[in-house]
Ligand binder design. Structure first.
Ligand code: ZN
Ligand code: ZN
Length: 355
């Protein structure tokens, strides 16, 4: 039985530090799973949410959208979704999917117009307990200790996003892929792509990030794109790829030159997958898109089925995000957010260990 109250980190006002408070533990209704959070990881979008509201947050709010938790109790309709007490679960951020709006029926639950987003438009994981939608959750292989849970947690944001990007790229055997931005998302993208057997090239402005993937032996080549114009990037990549442009480029960062270089780097009918979200509009040559028949494809956070496939693939290939070894507690949340704001993320994803 969950206790009647729980500890939570609450953002009371836009841009203000989070406050740790004891509040009532939520009650699971309908399809809800009441979960005890084991590990929650801090994502760049948490700071964006707290600092800007992302145009959709209402405060007070418990942020946090990446976690691994244990099922403590089930709403009356949750067991029908295959869950039981004690299951170790993760989930994408989607909550209360309706399954009846036109987007749900025709496109998929990721675009449900009535859904909530955990830690953004409903209470998230920076608390001892929270509610998870049984229609989005995935049971992860059990027996995991807290460190295993820590490396699984970011899979449900960064991992599933790049997984879905690669799936939407429809990579064929023998194709060559470029990943622009070798941060948290890009590093997993490179490793997934290598496991899929395609040629992979990493591009970034940070020599340290590039050397990281070279040392792991997970790339066919890297290009430091700092200060290079799009056509220079195209030339450098072609040198590494037998004189050919690339078949697919996944852009994991929001920098304007990253998108401009990506369009320059692909072959006719090549695909550019947009994952990184630019803060400003990206001027691109639509003449290039039209004459070269390029495909620009948007990324998305996938549904339960694709999340389960991503977790399965990650386990089979042993691909997990890097986790900062520091043992953070919920009380450290404001320091963690400040480290994220300062870009001090080289040691891997920061994880709050609850138990
Ligand atoms: Zn995230
Ligand atoms: Zn819907």
């Amino acid at each position: 039985m969950a206790p009647p109250t729980m500890k939570a980190a609450i953002c009371k006002e836009l841009g203000k530090p989070l406050i740790i408070e004891q509040i009532p533990t939520p009650t699971p209704n309908a399809r809800d799973l009441l979960v005890r959070v084991k590990v929650a990881t801090v994502c760049h979008s948490d700071t964006a949410l707290i600092d800007t509201g992302l145009g959709m947050a209402t405060f007070p709010l418990i942020p946090g959208h990446e976690a691994i938790s244990v099922v403590e109790d089930l709403g009356p309709d949750a067991a029908a979704h295959g869950f039981k007490k004690g299951d170790l679960v993760g989930a994408p951020a989607w909550h209360n999917i309706c399954f009846s709006c036109r987007e749900c029926v025709e496109i998929g639950p990721s675009f449900c117009t009535r859904k909530l987003v955990k830690g953004v438009s409903c209470e998230g994981y920076f608390a001892e307990y929270t509610l998870v939608d049984a229609a989005t959750a995935v049971v992860v292989p059990g027996g995991a200790g807290v460190e295993d849970a820590a490396r699984l947690s970011p899979l449900f944001c960064a991992g599933v996003t790049v997984w879905d990007a690669l799936r939407r790229a429809q990579l064929q055997p023998g194709e060559a892929l470029g990943v622009v931005g070798i941060g948290g998302l890009g590093e997993i993208a490179v490793r997934y792509a290598q496991a899929l057997g395609v040629r992979v090239f990493g591009l970034d402005v940070s020599e340290r990030q590039l050397q990281g993937v070279v040392e792991k032996g997970v790339v066919d080549g890297v290009v430091n794109v700092r200060g290079l114009a799009p056509l220079e990037v195209r030339g450098k990549v072609a040198e590494l790829n037998g004189g050919r442009p690339l078949d697919v480029v996944v852009v994991t960062v929001g920098a304007v030159p990253a998108y401009q270089s990506a369009l320059a780097m692909v072959r006719p009918e090549g695909r550019v997958i947009a994952v990184g979200i630019p803060e400003q509009d990206v001027p691109v040559s639509m003449a290039l898109v039209a004459t070269q028949a390029l495909k620009v494809i948007g990324g998305r956070v996938p549904d339960q089925v694709d999340c389960a496939r991503c977790v399965d693939f990650s386990f089979r290939k042993g691909i997990f995000p890097r986790v900062n070894p520091r043992q953070f507690q919920l009380e450290d949340i404001n320091e963690m957010l400040d480290l994220m704001r300062a870009g001090k993320v080289e040691d891997g994803r920061m994880a709050i260990r609850f138990f």
